[in-house]
Design a protein around this ligand. Structure first.
Ligand code: NDP
Ligand code: GDR
Length: 359
């Protein structure tokens, strides 16, 4: 007689996600989110002379110590088509999230060729690897492209999916190219490919040379006496700032729909850099004007003055809305960076690091 277990259908294997840019801010939050949902997560990391996996350390399980670690890391690069093709074929993912980028707008003016190679042609290489894999195997694979509000550039707010793009940097122009490559692969090959047009999203894991984190890192260091001044550029620019943890949920939701489409993801509220400063310094009872100096080095050759998204489509179709508001976000980042600065201070006082090593 057959046993109950023998006749029951085997439980379906976990879904597999492939994430480029897994070591970045969004990559780490998306990995947490997908592991929580039971996915097996494969991340592509690039070679660096230092370890670049700090944001993932809390999730990493050495495969030598575990039967089946659910997050795996593999070496690849968006500039190397062969590596992308190999990993797509080897992993055979159900969902591909293309988050990798040279993502700093100001740096893109310094390294325009490289930025275009990674951001624009890199996306094309990955789309092509996915297309070829589907063609060869007949499998279903869904693709997410990390688009940006920077694509709107000088087009005035509110910006929605139907707002024309007017990019103002090599980074933004490259993201526009990646956006249209993604639309083209959807139309030409029937690929389930979505563009998320995400407005700025921040967190305690934000890179330290983006303005929000630069400010909250400085607030923490000023509080513990490691720093006095903060040098910034244009304080008038307005951004629609949300919390990265909320935004990765929208990425996943896009790939769970019946049909692929493009979506704006935003809080629909804009604040200036100066308002961010007021809020962040205010959290610890300081006045930003006592510490901030303007350094023209941080002005950009072309600025994006005003971004505020219209996310009504994401709210209606994806049933997505942000959970963390502006003040809560600033407070979260300041609190974490005050704690970080306290730990840094211990190392400075013990002579292990130099207080002048400013981020
Ligand atoms: P980060 O800068 O924090 O992370 C970028 C990631 O891309 C890192 O993992 C980085 O690796 C990786 N990367 C860079 N170059 C290459 C390359 N040549 N090959 C492979 N990997 C590479 O960005 P975020 O997490 O903030 O953003 C994620 C994506 O979303 C990016 O594409 C960004 O442009 C886009 N975006 C971000 C927004 C935001 O407000 N955060 C808003 C809209 C779009 P390493 O760690 O080694 O540097
Ligand atoms: P952004 O973010 O360019 O919007 O791109 P960033 O935080 O770099 O700049 C926001 C605004 O602040 C002004 N600013 C400064 N910026 C930086 N980095 N450093 C400074 O000292 C400074 N002083 C003033 C800038 O001029 C700008 O107006 C981010 C990135 O994550 C992109 O990858 C993403 O696509 C967009 O958000 C949406």
């Amino acid at each position: 007689m057959a046993t109950a277990t023998a006749t029951e259908p085997a439980s379906s294997p976990p879904k597999k996600a492939l994430i480029t840019g897994i070591t970045g801010q969004d990559g780490s939050y998306l990995t947490e989110f997908l592991l929580e949902k039971g996915y097996e997560v494969h991340g592509l990391i690039r070679r660096s002379s230092n370890f670049n996996t700090q944001r993932l350390n809390h999730l990493y399980i050495d495969p030598h110590n575990a039967q089946h670690a659910r997050m795996r890391l593999h070496y690849a690069d968006l500039t190397d088509a062969s590596s992308l093709r190999r990993w797509v074929d080897t992993i055979a993912p159900d969902e591909v999230y293309n988050l990798a980028a040279q993502s700093h707008v100001a740096v893109s003016f310094e390294t325009p060729d490289y930025t275009a190679d990674v951001v624009a042609t890199g996306a094309l290489r990955l789309l092509e690897a996915v297309r070829a894999h589907i063609h060869t195997t007949g499998r279903h694979v869904r693709y997410y492209q990390a688009g940006s509000s920077e694509m709107y550039g000088s087009t005035p707010p509110p910006q929605s999916e139907s707002t024309p793009f007017h990019p103002r940097s090599p980074y933004a122009a490259s993201k526009v190219a990646a956006h249209w490559y993604t639309v083209n692969y959807r139309e030409a090959y029937g690929l389930f490919a979505c563009n998320g047009i995400l407005f700025n999203h921040e967190s305690p894991r934000r890179g330290e040379n983006f303005v929000t984190r630069k400010i909250t890192r400085a607030v923490g260091r000023i509080v513990v006496g490691l720093q006095k001044k903060l040098f910034l550029g244009n304080l008038k620019a307005q951004r629609d700032w949300g919390f990265a943890g909320d935004y990765v949920r929208a990425m996943w939701l896009m790939l769970q729909q019946d049909t692929p489409d493009d979506y704006v993801v935003a809080t629909e509220e804009a604040h200036s850099v100066q308002e961010f400063l007021e809020e962040a310094f205010g959290c610890v009872g300081l006045r930003w004007k006592d510490h901030v100096c303007i350094d023209p080095r941080y002005f950009r050759p072309a600025e994006v003055d005003n971004l505020r998204g219209d996310a009504s489509k994401a709210r209606q179709v994806l049933e997505w809305s942000p959970k963390v508001g502006f003040k809560e976000l600033v407070k979260m980042m300041v609190n974490e960076d005050v704690e970080l600065a306290k730990r840094e201070k211990v190392l400075v006082d013990a002579g292990f690091i130099d207080a002048r090593q400013q981020p």
